[in-house]
Ligand binder design. Structure first.
Ligand code: MIC
Ligand code: SF4
Length: 645
């Protein structure tokens, strides 16, 4: 049978289920990654499941998200993560070593393997030919223990690339074009496979930029072939032995083909407040800019940084504008320091941030009130930057650097300079000294639990009947940043009762208190694409802690829907989306045969007690998920004799 790349890797990893589009399959996971903000809970849950050591080929714990806040919490979390990694055989990437996705691509990503990460941008690994998927921490904990990862046998879309990018047009513009085509909703259950003659014109980091922002389209992952370009990259990383060739069979089939002629693209930007709100940079040219932030897991490779340095060299950042640069990894930062490019950045007045997520997660560097901020990252959701009325535009490093020296949006094709052609290096600085690799001696490490480390919360069993109040009714495209803000609140990730105080902070800050006061079940009603964005399972775990039993929405994003099930919250979809208008905040909803109907996979009829309307909902869950919901979540389910499921 002629297979595409996705089919080749998935069938080689298939452990459970039939390989039939749309049905649930269980796959073996070769590598996992966690980051600190989702990692503490992932390892606490790993421990709570009674697992003794990791069973993957490689598991890495990165500290990159929450590195510089005030207070003891970060330091406590980092110490827990270091000691728990040592104890169970996980590689620990120390703070300062870089952003998980960039570092993993450089040092560990292997073509043809599967990678599961507790971060939605794990698909960055698709740039090197991995099936790399983002998931909640609990799913990653199960995979670390050797359990399968369950996903829908996907539809595969081929993105057929032809031509070559023109000067000043970048990988970011390719993925922004894809976002314009596929939008940020409705792509659940899809994997993207890039192919065509244009692929060989793109370096591995450029491919990684494109794969990274597949997360914003809601696809499960994106993947590139592994070819001579991949081999060269791995050789330059001193990892040539990790290379295998990976290509689709001649005549392989796809569910849809999207053609992109690289030479027809132009510089693009995602305008506030969605990565899918695509504009041409030429239409925005002249708009004054207050702040520029360059970095994040999307655009912080060596080549990106060298291009920025070349644009900044001999120029000065305009007064009144602030430029922040965060190289994506210690490898990149060291190389810039050694070849002098860092001096060019500093000379231009850039403020150098550590190699971490930083500004991207709103951890620092919030723009001024109403400020226009140009960022090379992947998300510009309202308030994510830490300033609710800031106007964040997502652009390429080239457009960002030019704005920093011109003070305004600039069409780079009209810039008064030639395009700085930066070649990929033939040798990267392969310095692994900031990884703590597992040893037999380290397995005796005592796990440190400071006061910021709480017990992972558990839910009760699914109730027989549902009866409760609609505590909030929200619209379309509610992101996990809306549900569970990160930024300044990130430091409470290991302390669920405290973090739960901030659920829906920027939407309705009375939500947590009202939920805690209520004597019945709490229900959330939402529009399309509920739970876009981050993989943070806290967006399910904290509502669970507040007594939420069901979310009724027009549609859900993949990772969030799985997280809701993992924490025993039923994700229900309106059979008729117009029924959304038949429920108001404060309405009481009930379903007498809740548990029984759910377990039987029947449609669920919810009665609105105010109007008497019976509203039909579907649960869209597999049998496995229904059993998890009945147990009140995956932790209960696995610790009641169903390990690894
Ligand atoms: C993000 O970009 O939103 C994050 C922060 O990396 C999240 C993970 C988290 O919330 O910890 C993600 O993308 O999954
Ligand atoms: Fe970090 Fe931002 Fe990437 Fe999330 S999107 S992993 S916060 S750099």
């Amino acid at each position: 049978m002629r297979q595409n790349i996705v089919e080749k890797i998935l069938t080689a990893h298939l452990k459970e289920g039939d390989f039939v589009k749309g049905s649930e399959i269980g796959i073996r996971i070769d590598q996992t990654l966690t980051q600190d903000a989702t990692g503490t809970m992932a390892y606490l849950q790993f421990e709570a499941m009674g697992l003794k050591e990791i069973k993957t080929d490689l598991s890495v714990s990165y500290v990159d998200h929450n590195t510089v806040q005030v207070g003891f919490e970060n330091a406590d979390d980092h110490r827990y993560l270091r000691t728990v990694a040592a104890r169970y055989g996980v590689v620990f990437s120390r703070p300062g070593n870089g952003i998980c996705h960039q570092v993993h691509l450089e040092r560990f990503g292997k073509p043809g393997t599967t990678l599961l990460g507790s971060d939605s941008h794990t698909p960055t690994g698709g740039g090197i030919g991995q099936i790399a998927i983002g998931a909640g921490g609990l799913d990653v904990a199960v995979a670390m223990g050797g359990g399968n990862f369950y996903t829908v046998c996907p539809k595969v879309y081929q993105v057929n690339l032809t031509g070559e990018l023109k000067p000043w047009v970048t990988a970011k513009d390719v993925v922004l074009k894809m976002l314009e085509t596929l939008t940020t909703k409705g792509n659940v259950g899809v994997m993207l496979e890039y192919g065509g003659p244009g692929v060989r014109t793109l370096s591995v980091p450029q491919r990684a930029t494109i794969a990274n922002m597949g997360a914003e389209m809601g696809v499960t992952c994106s993947i590139f072939p592994s070819d001579s370009v991949t081999k060269k990259f791995l050789k330059a990383q001193d990892r040539e032995a990790d290379w295998i060739e990976l290509k689709a069979d001649e005549g392989a089939e796809y569910d849809r083909v999207i053609d992109i002629d690289l030479s027809s693209l132009e510089p693009l930007a995602a305008a506030p407040h969605s990565p899918g709100n695509i504009k041409q940079v030429s239409e925005l040219a002249g708009m004054p800019v207050d702040q520029v932030c360059i970095g994040s897991c999307t655009n912080s490779s060596f080549r990106d940084m060298m291009t920025v340095a070349a644009i900044l060299k001999g120029r000065t950042v305009i007064p009144g504008l602030t430029l922040a640069i965060a190289p994506g990894s210690r490898q990149v930062l060291q190389m810039l320091a050694r070849n002098g490019a860092l001096a060019d950045m500093i000379g231009a007045g850039a403020r150098i941030m550590e190699s971490a997520c930083g500004f991207c997660i709103g951890n620092h560097f919030s723009p001024k009130s109403g400020g226009v901020s140009l960022r090379t990252s992947n998300r510009n959701f309202e308030a994510r930057s830490g300033t609710k009325d800031a106007q964040v535009y997502l652009v390429s490093p080239e457009v960002a650097a030019l704005a920093a020296v011109n003070g305004k949006f600039t069409d780079p094709r009209k810039a008064a300079m030639d395009y700085p052609e930066v070649k990929e290096p033939s040798e990267f600085l392969a310095d692994d000294t900031m990884f703590v690799k597992p040893t037999a001696a380290l397995k005796k490490t005592e796990v440190f639990r400071g006061p910021n480390i709480g017990e992972p919360p558990r839910n009760g069993k699914m109730p027989e009947a549902l009866g409760g109040e609609v505590m909030i009714k929200v619209g379309d495209k509610i992101t996990t940043d809306h549900i569970m803000p990160a930024g300044a609140r990130l430091k409470y990730r290991s302390n669920v009762p405290k973090y739960a105080e901030f659920v829906f902070e920027h939407v309705d800050s009375t939500f947590p208190e009202r939920c805690l006061r209520s004597k019945s079940h709490n229900i959330i009603v939402a529009g399309e694409s509920y739970g876009q964005g981050s993989s943070r399972e806290h967006a399910a775990m904290c509502p669970m802690y507040l007594g939420v039993k069901a979310v009724i929405a027009k549609s859900f994003e993949r990772i969030h829907a799985a997280n809701l099930v993992n924490f025993g919250i039923a994700p229900l979809t309106f059979k008729d989306p117009a029924d959304y208008d038949r429920i108001e905040k404060g309405d009481r909803l009930s379903c007498r045969n809740w548990r029984e109907d759910y377990l039987a996979g029947k449609p669920i009829f919810v009665t609105n007690e105010r109007t008497g309307d019976r509203i039909e909902c579907g649960c869209g869950c597999s049998d496995r998920q229904r059993a998890i919901l009945a147990a009140g979540g995956l932790l209960n389910h696995t610790t009641s004799g169903n390990k690894g499921k």
